[in-house]
Every structure is written in C-alpha cells, then in structure tokens.
Ligand binder design. Structure first.
Ligand code: PHE
Ligand code: FE
Length: 288
C-alpha cells in the first residue's frame, strides 16, 4: 500500500532506493505525532525496555522533541559505531536491504503514521524505524550483529534460504527479549515501538517465552500482522553474536531444508522454556 506522504511521492529514489529525508518539510502536525508517540512509549517502556535502548535514545538525542533529523543522528552515530541512517521510499528488495546493512546503513521510512491512527501501520514508519531500531545501533556488539546479518543475506540468497534468515531477524531484531539482572527486558524494535505489545510480550499469559536457539528459530513460522505467539530470549548480545556471526550457516541451511517448519505457537520438548503460553489471545482470534 503506497504511503500517503507527498515529500516521498515527489522523489525519484536513487539506485540504492534511498531518498532525501527533507527534514525541514515535516509539518507541525507530523512533529507532534512523533512527540506523542515518544512520550507514550517512554511511559510503557520504563522497566520493560533494555537499558541499552534508553542509553541509545540519550546518546543520539532522540528526545529533542519532534521528528529527528537524520543528519544530526548520523554525526553522532557514525562516531560511535560507524553506522548511518538513510531514508527510503518504502519497502525495498531483499538484496538492497542486505547491501545497506552490510555497509552499515540502516534504512528508515521518511513518513510518519497519521495522528488519528497511532496504532495502525501500513508499513514501517519513521517512528518504528528510528525510535525502535536506531538506539541499539549505538551498541558496538549489536551494530556488528546487524552488519554480519546483512552479509549473511548474500549467502541466504545463494542458498535460497531467505525465509530462514528472515525468521532470525524477526525473532531477534524485531521481537527479541533479553534477560538482565533486573529481569527480562525488550530489545526488539517491533515491540519497543508498540504500546500494547510491550506489555503483552513480557507479562502476557498467552505467548511462549523460550530461550534463543538459532536452528529452531530458523524453522519457526511467525505472525506478520499480529502479536507474536512465541518470543525468544537471549542472555546477552554477546550470546547473540557468538551463536550467529561466528557460526557458518551453510550446513544448517542444508540440514533444515529437509525438516518441517515449526508452527508459531508450538513448544518442543527440546526448548528451554521460561513460560509456556496459554495461546488464549491467538485462539480468541487475535486482532482480527
Ligand atoms: N554466520 C552467518 C552465515 O554463515 C551470517 C550471519 C551472521 C547471519 C549474523 C545472521 C547474523 O551465513
Ligand atoms: Fe523493523
């Protein structure tokens, strides 16, 4: 569905699908949507988001009020981890996405959701992309993970296993949880930018919470348009890095090609389970 943003629509994207953010063309109303969402999320994320998320927001001054200017973010972010944020017109092809990540460029939507539909997102917008994803790019281990993921994308294209690799992204970068000394926290951008899922994923009886397991995740289906039925938990970003970047996926891709997919709600005898969900939310029909 094409996004309703005239500043996006009037631009012809570059070959790498980027456009100009044209920061000075955001309206007052658009800035206000950012500020409303920001304040709403900070309330719900207290005691729920990973400390690195708050630290990243602070390091990049994402709380100046209003939609952040990518040039300003990049001055700081580049010095910290060599990453940059670039604007794109909308969803982009996998190979282009992987190439940006492999070169430490995070692609973000320019547009922001409508003020009267704060919880409805036809595509990832600037609030999801920047508030959700960019803070963790200030953390060197996570920054390296994202680049390694992009490089891994080339291999997945060759092996025709993009779906398996995408599930890893989904269950970590988008919907990952992490154990900390203070308790379990959210690091996944898809959750961090969602008011309702922030509570559901940690406190809900319905979803499973299971320890991270690379091969199992690569076989697990997911919900694209509703709360997840299972969340995977890491102990540290180092654990995530060591069990992915330092592992050759080729033999794993070969092996799982012959194994069935695992339904999104299923708990296996081999899982390290923190919470076995009732799945009552999904069974009642979810958002539908
Ligand atoms: N090590 C993976 C491979 O061999 C690449 C990868 C790294 C994928 C980090 C995801 C995250 O394909
Ligand atoms: Fe995202």
């Amino acid at each position: 569905m094409p996004v309703n943003d005239p500043v996006v629509a009037e631009q012809t994207p570059a070959e790498d699908h980027t456009i100009d953010q044209c920061w000075d063309r955001y309206t007052e109303e658009e800035h206000q949507v950012w500020t409303t969402l920001y304040e709403r999320q900070m309330k719900v994320l207290k005691g729920r988001a990973a400390p690195e998320h708050f630290k990243g927001l602070e390091l990049l001054n994402l709380n100046d009020g209003g939609i952040p200017n990518f040039d300003r973010i990049n001055e700081k972010l580049y010095k910290l981890t060599g990453w940059q944020v670039v604007a794109v017109h909308g969803l982009i092809p996998n190979d282009v996405f992987f190439d940006h990540l492999a070169n430490r460029r995070f692609v973000a939507g320019r547009f922001i959701r409508d003020a009267d539909k704060l919880d409805y997102l036809p595509e990832p917008d600037i609030f999801h992309d920047v508030f959700g994803h960019v803070p963790l790019l200030t953390l060197p281990t996570f920054a390296d993970y994202m680049q390694a993921y992009g490089e891994g994308g080339y291999k997945a294209i060759k092996h025709d296993t993009i779906e398996n690799l995408t599930r890893l992204y989904w269950y970590t970068v988008e919907f990952g949880l992490i154990n900390t000394p203070e308790g379990r926290r959210i690091y996944g951008a898809g959750i961090v930018s969602s008011q309702s899922e922030s509570r559901f994923c940690l406190e809900g009886r319905s979803p499973n919470r299971i320890h991270f397991d690379l091969e199992r995740i690569m076989r697990t289906d997911y919900r694209y348009d509703d709360f997840q039925q299972t969340y995977f938990v890491i102990d540290s970003y180092e654990e995530l890095m060591e069990s992915t970047a330092n592992v050759d996926f080729t033999p794993i891709y070969e092996r799982i090609k012959n194994l069935p997919d695992i339904p999104a709600h299923k708990v296996l005898p081999t899982d390290k389970v923190y919470h076995e969900g009732t799945q009552e939310y999904a069974r009642a029909g979810g958002l539908a």
